[in-house]
Ligand binder design. Structure first.
Ligand SMILES: Cc1cc2nc3c(=O)[nH]c(=O)nc-3n(C[C@H](O)[C@H](O)[C@H](O)COP(=O)(O)OP(=O)(O)OC[C@H]3O[C@@H](n4cnc5c(N)ncnc54)[C@H](O)[C@@H]3O)c2cc1C
Length: 437
């Protein structure tokens, strides 16, 4: 056990805590992890305080990365909690399988993907990560192991999906991978001059594409660049010596020295946005892209989260069903130092009480963690609550308990399961304490 400083990906509010790093699945399932305040931690890609507990103990899963096919013809795989999205892709692609849901980075563990019930660009079609988990093994607060699934101990299963590590430590999971016939994505890119135009196109055409996501320029009427696509057929990607299924190449470099982004002024953000917008083709264009370029472009710079300097940043991500609420939130963000904004439409919600996605628009915005910007976010929170929406726990570092409770009406159902399996709240995090979980 060692003691070290820990933060979320936003590098906001670091804490010191003990860390325990079991070397194998067996150790993860059995090793003593003493202490009362314990939380599982994967690769620390949640932006806020979900995977940390001041003066508590983090059980780090990243050394437990074994993957074993249960059925390599149908793509059912058993993954240790510390195996990453990248590991699953590299193992699956040669056999024609991709992860059922991919976040915007390959550096997320299976445990973190289940605990946050992560979503990807295909949520409108395929739902979130937990919906593709057939079974998981959980280490409970009394150190016993339990297997649960949508049919065995279903309440515990769905409380763990999206449960942010508060029902126990996920040891491993059985995942249904998605069949693909190539590792190339056929991508249609289109530019839209206003938010209204962008929204109309997404509403009309998302259903016809497996993947859809837009970058939005909040400083200019919400104009944006929409990318939609799907895995190309093997016959369409042309002859390549390695065949149509190629493991992604993911080179990454360190961030070059530069001044922190929090000093960046609006004219520079405007110029960046102008360049980004103009870089996209003026007429809709179809191109072929690699897995890395389409799903994980940010992974090219290893430590881009240092861009915001030592005070860090937060990511604010909401879901709202109302078009007017989205318009109003985007208009108000024009006054903020919001550097990067991503918009997507969600499909149906699932049985997990704390799962974030539900039908509507989801907007994610990076904001430097300055006092003024953080204070301004409170008015955005209010707009989300008034519109019947909610904020994403895996990105959050600052919402109030009232905002949280208003957004998650099935919270009581989750709390009932949690008090059955962990009445003394042995598993806890700074996020859990802040939100009264
Ligand atoms: C660049 C970037 C892009 C992203 N894009 C997306 C996206 O498109 N969609 C999306 O949904 N999210 C996205 N995220 C967020 C990320 O997917 C989630 O925060 C995810 O939970 C991080 O996984 P992790 O392994 O780093 O877990 P951590 O951040 O270490 O932990 C996250 C939560 O999972 C719990 N946890 C971790 N392992 C276990 C375990 N074994 N058992 C029980 N609980 C566990 C922790 O306690 C904590 O509550 C993105 C993050 C980054 C940095």
């Amino acid at each position: 056990m060692t003691e070290e400083p820990v933060t979320g990906w936003g590098r906001y509010q670091p804490v010191t805590m003990r860390t325990v790093e079991p070397a194998t699945r067996t150790e993860l399932a059995t090793a003593a992890v003493g202490g009362r305040e314990v939380i599982a931690r994967g690769l620390g890609r949640s932006y806020g305080d979900a995977a940390q507990r001041r003066d508590g103990t983090a059980v780090i899963t990243t050394s437990c990365r074994r993957l074993v096919w249960d059925d390599r013809t149908t793509g059912v795989i058993r993954a240790d909690a510390g195996a990453t999205i990248g590991d699953l892709i590299e193992t699956g692609i040669p056999l024609g399988f991709f992860v059922p849901v991919s976040p915007g980075t390959r550096n997320v563990t299976v445990g973190g993907a289940i605990a946050a019930d992560i979503h990807g660009k295909n949520h409108h079609r395929d739902g979130s990560f937990g919906q593709h988990v057939q079974q998981l093994t959980l280490r409970l607060a009394d150190d016993s192991l339990v297997e649960c699934s949508p049919t065995v101990e279903p309440e515990l299963f769905w409380a763990t999906v999206g449960g942010m590590g508060l029902t126990g430590v996920i040891i491993d999971a059985v995942i249904q991978m998605a069949a693909v016939s190539s590792s190339t994505i056929s991508v249609e890119t289109s530019r839209h001059d206003t938010l209204d135009e962008l929204m109309a196109v997404m509403q009309a055409s998302d259903a016809g594409h497996d993947f859809s996501v837009a970058w939005v320029d909040l400083l200019r009427r919400g104009r944006g660049v929409l990318t939609q696509g799907g895995f190309a057929d093997s016959a369409d990607v042309g002859a390549h010596p390695a065949g149509p299924l190629r493991r992604p190449n993911t080179p990454s470099v360190a961030l070059p020295p530069m001044p922190p982004l929090r000093w960046v002024q609006r004219p520079l953000v405007k110029s960046f946005n102008e360049l980004w917008f103009r870089k996209a083709p003026s007429e809709p264009t179809v191109t072929h892209e690699s897995i890395t370029a389409f799903f994980h472009p940010l992974d090219a710079i290893r430590d881009w989260n240092r861009l915001y300097g030592s005070t860090g940043f937060v990511q604010w991500q909401c879901v709202v069903d109302s078009d007017d609420a989205l318009r109003s939130i985007c208009a108000d963000f024009a006054a903020q130092p919001a550097f990067f904004a991503v918009l997507k439409r969600f499909g149906a919600e699932n049985p997990a009480p704390l799962s974030f996605p539900k039908p509507g628009w989801t907007l994610a915005v990076d904001v430097p963690a300055t006092a003024a910007a953080l204070a301004a976010l409170e008015s955005f929170d209010r707009q989300v609550v008034e519109a019947g929406g909610r904020l994403y726990l895996a990105k959050d570092a600052r919402m109030s308990p009232a905002t949280f409770e208003a957004g998650y009406p099935r919270l009581d159902a989750w709390k009932r399961v949690r008090s059955q399996v962990d009445p003394d709240r042995r598993f806890t995090s700074d996020l859990a304490e802040r939100l009264g979980l």
